[in-house]
Design a protein around this ligand. Structure first.
Ligand code: ZN
Length: 492
């Protein structure tokens, strides 16, 4: 946190205090200083070690570059930064708080690229999402995600405010890279999305949201070529990135327009549909799609070559595809995070979803997941750039920390080594966001954004689930306390 942020946050606290009754003002202002940053009381309760100097000793270190784990290492953190990494015993400090890392491993905090701050309102008709800015950030942090990009939103202003609340130390959460509200065309599944047909409107929309603080845009399933082209052109002029969950525009068309990123992977490539016409989302039944989603299919090979050549990054979102079809997700623990009403609805839904009458469909969905995994592996082997996300959009099936850990487990099932999966979910995400000088790997001079966990995830990837502490800027948060602080409050 920079001095400027600190001053701004003090200013906004003062402004807020003018509006509140005296008793609340007292609580709002009882903030103490930790490691140079300022945290509200409710956040400070989640902090185990505040530094300013911490030595994690006798620990294994996975640095995020893909290099093998360093055994019996020590890590010195000071004033929010990593100031030393070396064999245990070689780093000394008389003033540091010492954490015994025996049996534990340190990883860089995850940098996840398709996250949301929403939950599907289970009873709203027509379908609607509610914003969940209070419970979601601590859950991401508990997972070990210290940087996330939101993957589109229904409420851009609230997402921007949530980022400010985190920076002000009022809620615990990761760094947020904000994607503006969806860029959609007519036919949206949700009335909460703006439907644009005029390229000039898209340009104005992009200018407005960049000025407001968004750094990326996400086009949605019914966007037209003309609107998407205008949005990409305007965003690039302003230094912002564009991603898409596309259908009306094919992957190849989007690549030729210069899109930076595509969400979900082959599963959403309308290029494969036989009846694809311009600006129309083709109807493809699941069976046909799964048949075509074959890395041996020349059309898929061709698409991979195009995406690599045009330097289009693909976001893997295996957790949302695997939810309910794979033992890693959702876990009972994920349901327990929901409000009683949402939990009840979600559990009934998942029981029905996985019931015997769905067996045939579930077999098809599992094959689809398997083929998406094969595509992602082949894409990376061909030189493609893959980043990782979880897409927690509701129904209780995809919620951090479970969804975050499932992402790593599923990547390993897709054929990546644990070290490769960890590197994709850390350094590679940081590179895509252009923040690799600051975060994404364990290196002297980088911010101390780290995960301390029990076990050896480079050998047993499921150990990523055993997070004990998550460090953000050298301040250690208790993962369980983060979860407890919002348990039972996700959803309405
Ligand atoms: Zn999404």
């Amino acid at each position: 946190m920079t001095n400027t942020n600190y001053l701004e946050s003090r200013g906004s606290r003062r402004a807020l205090s003018n509006l509140l009754p005296a008793t609340i003002t007292l609580i709002a202002l009882s903030i103490s200083s930790v490691s140079g940053a300022q945290y509200h009381d409710s956040v400070e309760r989640l902090i185990v070690h505040a530094g300013p100097e911490i030595l994690i000793d006798k620990v294994r270190v996975i640095d995020g570059t893909g290099a093998p784990a360093m055994e019996a290492a020590s890590l010195l953190l000071k004033d929010g930064l990593i100031v030393g990494v070396g064999p245990s015993g070689t780093l000394a400090s008389e003033t540091a708080t010492v954490i015994d890392g025996t049996g534990k491993t340190v990883l860089p905090g995850y940098v996840m690229l398709h996250e949301h701050l929403v939950y599907l309102n289970p009873t709203a008709r027509p379908q609607a999402y509610t914003t969940e800015h209070i419970p979601m950030p601590p859950l991401y942090l508990a997972a070990g995600s210290t940087t996330i990009r939101t993957g589109g939103t229904f409420d851009g202003d609230a997402d921007l405010r949530a980022r400010a609340l985190i920076e002000e130390g009022r809620i615990a959460g990761p760094d947020l890279h904000i994607t503006a509200p969806f860029i959609e065309g007519p036919g949206s599944f949700s009335y909460q999305m703006r439907e644009m047909t005029d390229p000039e409107e898209a340009r104005q929309f992009v200018r407005y949201w960049v000025r407001a603080g968004a750094t990326s845009f996400k086009a949605y399933m019914n966007v037209s070529l003309a609107v998407l082209g205008a949005a990409i052109d305007e965003a690039h002029k302003l230094g912002a990135q564009v991603t898409g969950h596309l259908c009306s525009v094919s992957f190849r068309e989007a690549a030729e327009l210069g899109i930076d990123n595509l969400e979900h992977g082959l599963i959403d490539a309308s290029d494969l549909a036989a009846d694809k016409t311009e600006d129309t989302c083709p109807t493809m039944d699941a069976e046909e799609r799964v048949r075509l989603m074959d890395v041996a299919n020349p059309a898929v090979q061709d698409l991979i070559a195009t995406l690599v050549q045009e330097n289009v990054t693909v976001t893997s979102t295996l957790p949302v595809l695997a939810a309910g079809l794979h033992p890693a997700i959702p876990t009972q623990g994920a349901f327990d995070l929901l409000s009683p009403r949402s939990r009840d609805i979600a559990q009934k839904r998942w029981i029905a979803y996985l019931g015997p009458e769905r067996a045939e469909q579930a077999t098809l969905w599992r094959e689809e997941l398997r083929r998406e995994m094969a595509f992602e592996k082949a894409f990376v082997e061909a030189g493609g750039n893959l980043v990782i996300g979880t897409d927690p959009t509701g129904w209780g099936g995809t919620i951090p920390p479970n969804s975050t850990h499932a992402a790593l487990i599923l990547l390993v099932e897709a054929g990546f080594t644990p070290l490769e999966a960890i590197s994709l979910a850390t350094l590679n995400g940081a590179r895509f966001l252009g923040v690799e000088d600051e975060v994404g790997s364990i290196e002297v001079g980088k911010r101390a954004n780290l995960i301390l966990l029990d076990g050896t995830p480079d050998r047993t990837i499921a150990d990523v689930q055993h997070v004990e502490l998550v460090f953000k800027d050298g301040v250690a948060f208790d993962a369980d306390a983060l979860i407890e602080s919002v348990r039972g409050t996700v959803g309405r």
